[in-house]
Design a protein around this ligand. Structure first.
Ligand SMILES: Nc1ncnc2c1ncn2[C@@H]1O[C@H](COP(=O)(O)OP(=O)(O)OP(=O)(O)O)[C@@H](O)[C@H]1O
Length: 266
């Protein structure tokens, strides 16, 4: 089982009032969504989980091992991140070189580098574009390319910061399928998202961050049933709930299928 364990973790940016403070939290489910208002600390947490930032105190354990004690190459094998903006992680002259560069950070084996890069590009549907410059791809394609750079390394834990933002429908479908494949094959997928329809339809485990802390942890149904919490942290409930509300029905629904089953199962 893949796990992220956070113990007495604290982090503050110099001269800023924001502070991240997590007592004890274990993320153990295969697919986890982290939600919360802008500025709640979600991206800061991801930067701590990848070693881009160092906590002032506390311990991060990845699959039982203190992350701080891992060699840089081992950190890359344990945790991979896809940033919100793909342009923050694409800098090579071709699609192929971009993904191969990524694998080359964890192995010198040239055959492995070529094979893993190509397999990752096949998974995201960009294998026919290997000779192109990443900046000639559409934004959706650049996002999928940044995902391929992580898939090619195949870390134990995948972190995604707003993966659905700016994706076209086909790319959303493709990436959602990849999430489930990763979870089914023993990886852990942890994603930051503001897309509550997606959370409600695809996830079983959701965490809410508020002011640098974890608040709620539970299922999407439990989350969207807690109207006070949803209002307080400014989450937009699944759209099907807004439609049902217009019809005078204030029950919790996660998707159109869920609505249909609850209202036509007799
Ligand atoms: N490099 C930085 N230097 C100083 N302060 C920062 C830096 N990055 C983020 N912050 C501040 O830290 C707080 C938490 O930011 P963070 O980006 O982690 O929130 P978030 O929950 O990811 O928000 P969003 O949903 O908008 O991405 C905010 O007040 C932000 O202004």
């Amino acid at each position: 089982m893949r796990t992220i364990e956070l113990n007495h973790l604290t982090f503050t940016y110099p001269g800023r009032s924001f502070s991240l403070s997590i007592e004890n939290q274990i993320l153990a489910d295969p697919m986890v969504a982290i939600v919360g208002q802008n500025g709640a600390g979600k991206s800061t947490l991801f930067k701590l989980l990848t070693g881009l930032l160092t906590p002032q105190a506390g311990v991060i354990k990845i699959n039982g091992t203190d992350f701080n004690n891992l060699k840089p190459i081992e950190k890359l094998r344990q945790v991979g991140i896809t940033f919100q903006n793909p342009d923050d992680q694409l800098f090579n002259p071709t699609v192929q070189r971009e993904v191969e560069w990524s694998v080359a950070q964890v192995t010198d084996d040239r055959d492995k580098i070529a094979t893993q890069a190509l397999n990752a590009l096949v998974r995201v549907g960009l294998d026919a574009r290997i000779a192109e410059n990443p900046y000639d791809l559409s934004l959706s394609e650049r996002k999928l390319l940044s995902v391929a750079t992580v898939l090619a390394v195949d870390p134990a834990i995948y972190l995604f910061d707003e993966p659905m933002m700016s994706l076209d429908w086909e790319s959303r479908r493709k990436l959602t399928a990849i999430f489930h494949e990763l979870a089914d094959s023993g990886h852990q997928v942890v994603t930051i998202t503001h897309d509550m329809d997606w959370v409600a339809a695809e996830f079983e485990s959701v965490y809410v961050m508020e002011h640098g802390k974890f608040g709620f942890a539970g299922s999407p149904r439990e989350l969207f049933s807690d109207h006070e919490l949803v209002d307080r942290v400014g989450l937009l409930p699944p759209r099907i709930m807004a439609v049902a509300e217009l019809l005078g029905d204030s029950q919790t629904y996660l998707s159109v299928d869920d609505y249909w089953q609850k209202n036509h199962d007799d």
